[in-house]
Structures are given as structure tokens and as C-alpha cells.
Design a protein around this ligand. Structure first.
Ligand code: ATP
Length: 253
């Protein structure tokens, strides 16, 4: 992680935006392992919500459960007023949630361009899709430069940019990101934070899970802290950034 402070992105949130995603009483178990226990939170339109926690805290399980990629028990999970219970993951994407999975999962044998176009699979090619591709190229110029290169030949940071770009191609209202800073050099993390900050400035809502609290505080308005599957703290990112325990555990200061 860079020792220089990451610039805090000004948020487009007004503080009175309606809830876009609402989650109540989420539980995930793997056999006898209770990975997520009664997690509840909401993400307002145009806002950023962060979930920070150490390895194994339950962050990925929370996201996968929301997207119905793994079985879960939940009292309520709604996106834009519509329940996600019983919906297939691809239908959830169609509702307007873009997902950037942990470890990127780009298609290594396909070109950068084809990976991006796969993100827009539900759209017919038109000016709107072209416009989205142009904006992604503006956000991450390297994806334009390496348009024809196989995704497997990209660096880790470039693959992370590609995974974000692919999710943006579905034109989401909420971008869900699982540890986008993981395993990347600080200078690349800064580039990704800058791009995500730009998305926040133009009103994109994000749900970000991270071990990197510095990145999370820079990009979100509110945060949850997960430990052993439970929410142990929550508050505004500005408040949590000043919390002595958080500073000690997650910021090392
Ligand atoms: P990381 O930062 O390492 O990705 P995380 O906060 O995302 O961690 P999860 O991956 O959600 O945490 O894991 C939460 C708990 O569930 C951990 O104890 C983990 O070992 C366990 N777990 C996760 N996936 C499985 C699985 N497929 N089968 C059994 N246990 C699992």
C-alpha cells in the first residue's frame, strides 16, 4: 500500500438519496461453518458503501449471496424495490448490478475487446454500447491500447481494469467490487482508485469489499466492519477513518 494518502473522491451522494440495495438478515453457512451471520445494510443511490474485514471475515460470501451465486438465508434483499430472492444471477445483472469478482476472472484466451463485449451480452450493438466502450477506454486508456491483446497477457492491474470495464459494459446502477486492490502494486491501486473515484463523481453507486481500509475510506460514504461473519462496527467512512481501533488494526497507525 502506498504511504502517500489516496485522494478522497468527492461523492455525488446527497445524503437523502433513496435506497438502491437493501439487505436484511443475511446468513451464509458452508456445512457447519457459519460464514455470514445476520448481516444487514443498505446502499443509497449515488452512494458508496464499504465492507472491510480481514481474511475469512465473510466479505466474499456476503457479495456472492447477494448475487445469488451461493445459497443463503435472507430476510429481505431488494434492489430498486424488487426482491432478488429466487432470481438467477444473470437476471440480477439485468436489473442493474455489475459485479467485479475477487481475482478478476477475465477470459484469458479472449482479446481485451471480446472480454469487454461479453459484459454487454444482453445488449444489441448500438450507439449506446459504443458510447459505453468509449467511456471505458477513457477511464482505462490501456484497455484501448491493448484492444486486441489476449486478456491472459495483461498484467494483474490491467486485468483488474478489464474486469471493472467488463462490469461497466452492462450499464449498471450499482457496481459491486470484491477486493479490487488485492495483490496490486500501490501505483496501480492508486490508478484504480482514481478511476473508481471518477465513477463516484458522476453518480455511480458502489458496494466495495476490501481488506484495504485506506482504499475503502477513499471511495465510500459509509462502511461496515465484518469480523467472523458479524458486523462489529458501522458508520460514516469519515468517522471510521478516525476510529482508534480501526486505525490500529486496518491502517497500522
Ligand atoms: P478473503 O478476504 O480471504 O476473501 P472473505 O472475508 O471474503 O475472505 P469469505 O471468503 O467469505 O471471507 O469466507 C468466510 C468464511 O467462510 C471463512 O471461514 C472461509 O474459510 C469459509 N468459506 C468460504 N468459502 C467456503 C467454501 N466454499 N466452503 C467452505 N468454507 C468456505
Amino acid at each position: 500500500m502506498s504511504t502517500e494518502p489516496i485522494t478522497v473522491a468527492p461523492s455525488a451522494a446527497t445524503g437523502s438519496d433513496p435506497a438502491l440495495l437493501e439487505v436484511e438478515g443475511l446468513n451464509v453457512s458452508y456445512g457447519h461453518v457459519r460464514a455470514v451471520r445476520g448481516v444487514s445494510f443498505s446502499v443509497a443511490e449515488h452512494s458508496g458503501m464499504g465492507i472491510i474485514g480481514a481474511n475469512g471475515a465473510g466479505k466474499t460470501s456476503t457479495l456472492k449471496a447477494l448475487l445469488r451465486l451461493i445459497p443463503a438465508q435472507v430476510e429481505r434483499v431488494e434492489f430498486d424495490g424488487r426482491s432478488l430472492v429466487g432470481r438467477k444471477p444473470h437476471r440480477i445483472v439485468e436489473l442493474g448490478i455489475g459485479y467485479v469478482p475477487e481475482g478478476r476472472h477475465v477470459f484469458p484466451g479472449l482479446s481485451v475487446r471480446k472480454n469487454l463485449l461479453l459484459g454487454a451480452y444482453r445488449h444489441r450493438w448500438d450507439d449506446a454500447v459504443q458510447g459505453r466502450l468509449d467511456r471505458i477506454h477513457d477511464l482505462f486508456p490501456v484497455l484501448k491500447q491493448f484492444d486486441k491483446r489476449l486478456a491472459g497477457a495483461l498484467s494483474g492491474g490491467q486485468q483488474q481494469m478489464l474486469a471493472i470495464g467488463r462490469a461497466l459494459m452492462s450499464d449498471p446502477r450499482l457496481l459491486v467490487l470484491d477486493e479490487p486492490s488485492m495483490g496490486l502494486a500501490p501505483v496501480i491501486v492508486d490508478e484504480i482508485v482514481e478511476a473508481l473515484g471518477e465513477l463516484r463523481r458522476v453518480g455511480m453507486s458502489i458496494l466495495l469489499v476490501e481488506q484495504n481500509a485506506k482504499v475503502t475510506f477513499a471511495l465510500t460514504d459509509y462502511c461496515q466492519v465484518l469480523s467472523n461473519g458479524r458486523q462489529v462496527k458501522h458508520g460514516s467512512s469519515a468517522e471510521l477513518r478516525q476510529d482508534p481501533e480501526i486505525r490500529r488494526i486496518y491502517l497500522g497507525i
